[in-house]
Design a protein around this ligand. Structure first.
Ligand code: IPM
Ligand code: MG
Length: 360
């Protein structure tokens, strides 16, 4: 039995709807395993702009830094799209990642056997996929300087810069090799070394770090080739390590192999406090309809228990509960197929919470 303080950021769009389901499941875990989860509500992104006129108020960062983990919904929406870059909700998201020092974004893409038919790819291509995308999260072109829109000799230009320091590459690559050791011991590093100097630098460092992990079979892929291989034969991937922007793109692609982006969670770790969130966005098109799939948020709760609070058994219990409910045939509309039972957001949350009781 233990006591934890968890910062909860519901956020924008469907965030509040699905975070509520995550908390429902966590309450069940707390009851079963005799833990106490104390929650601190925090605001980042659009909701923070509405309340404080900025996407990441320092007061919110301070509160989060005093917690054991950050359980995060989603940010953004059309309402804030026309604000200047530094005021956009997404700037709050990047800011909190940076403020926490969460340099490693773990994005597992695993196909649930029950959902092989929900993928747009053929079942024989996707069955058994189990990929972990390890995305560098606090460097690269997302943060590099200089950036902005400038005027040069009477001509305007837009500019971002892809920067990686050696230590930033080493720490993420090392972590990826460590994770590969706990899995199937295969690692693919993705870059654009045929064009970008920063990518060749990345590749050289991967080769160096690899010396310490002789048991891991590793290779390099150019990002365009990796994008292609991921749909051609996704099963051959185990751990993929890559920089911020390539990881952003490839993790969306990997998620869709599994049928729905609404199923996948992520952890952003390596810093003072870990952050756990679905990989999907705020889905403004379905807000308030009660049809959002809460499973990614619930799986984020499982990742928070595992990587943030070191409660492995509890995390496994949530994963088993999700499996069980899918096996029983319950589906939100995004993952429906013939012969399954359609449920809404809260019903899915209720079913999984109840299943926690049954499998624990
Ligand atoms: C993600 C999202 C974010 C990113 C956006 C919302 C800033 O796409 O977490 O993948 O690009 O990192
Ligand atoms: Mg993304």
């Amino acid at each position: 039995m233990a006591e934890f303080k968890i910062a909860v950021m519901e956020g924008d769009g469907i965030g509040p709807e699905i975070v509520a389901e995550g908390l429902k499941v966590l309450a069940e875990i707390a009851a079963k395993f005799n833990h106490t989860f104390n929650y601190e509500k925090v605001y980042v992104g659009g909701c923070a702009i509405d309340m404080f006129d900025e996407p990441l108020p320092q007061s919110q960062v301070d509160t989060i830094l005093k917690c054991d983990a950050l359980f995060f919904g989603s940010v953004g929406g059309p309402k804030w799209d026309n604000l200047p870059q530094e005021k956009k909700p997404e700037t709050g998201l990047l800011g909190i990642r940076k403020a926490l020092g969460a340099f490693a974004n773990l994005r597992p893409a695993k196909v649930f056997d029950e959902l092989v038919n929900a993928s747009t790819l053929k079942p024989e291509v996707v069955k058994g996929i189990d990929i972990l995308v390890v995305r560098e999260l606090t460097g690269g072109i997302y943060f590099g300087q200089p950036k902005g829109v400038f005027e040069e000799n009477g001509k305007k230009k837009g500019l971002n810069t892809m920067v990686y320091y050696e230590d930033e590459i080493r720490r993420i690559v090392k972590l990826a090799f460590e994770l590969a050791m706990q899995r199937r011991k295969k690692l693919t590093s993705v870059d654009k070394a045929n064009v970008l100097d920063v990518s060749q630098f990345w590749r050289d460092i991967v080769n160096d770090v690899a010396q310490d992990y002789p048991d891991v079979e590793y290779n390099h892929l150019l990002v365009d080739n990796a994008a292609m291989q991921l749909v051609r034969d996704p099963k051959k991937f185990d751990v993929i390590v890559t920089g911020n922007i390539f990881g952003d793109i490839l993790s969306d692609e990997a998620s869709m192999l599994t049928g729905s982006i609404g199923m996948l969670a992520s952890s952003s770790v390596g810093g003072k406090v870990g952050m756990f969130e679905p990989i999907h966005g705020s889905a403004p098109d379905i807000v308030g309809l009660g049809i959002a799939n809460p499973i990614a948020q619930i799986e984020s709760a499982a990742m928070m228990l595992k990587y943030g609070l070191k409660l492995d058994k509890e995390a496994e219990t949530i994963e088993k509960a999700v499996d069980l409910v899918l096996k029983m045939g319950y589906r939100t509309p995004d993952i429906m197929s013939d012969g399954t039972k359609k449920v809404n957001t809260t019903q899915m949350g209720d079913l999984i919470a109840k299943a926690v009781g049954d499998v624990a």
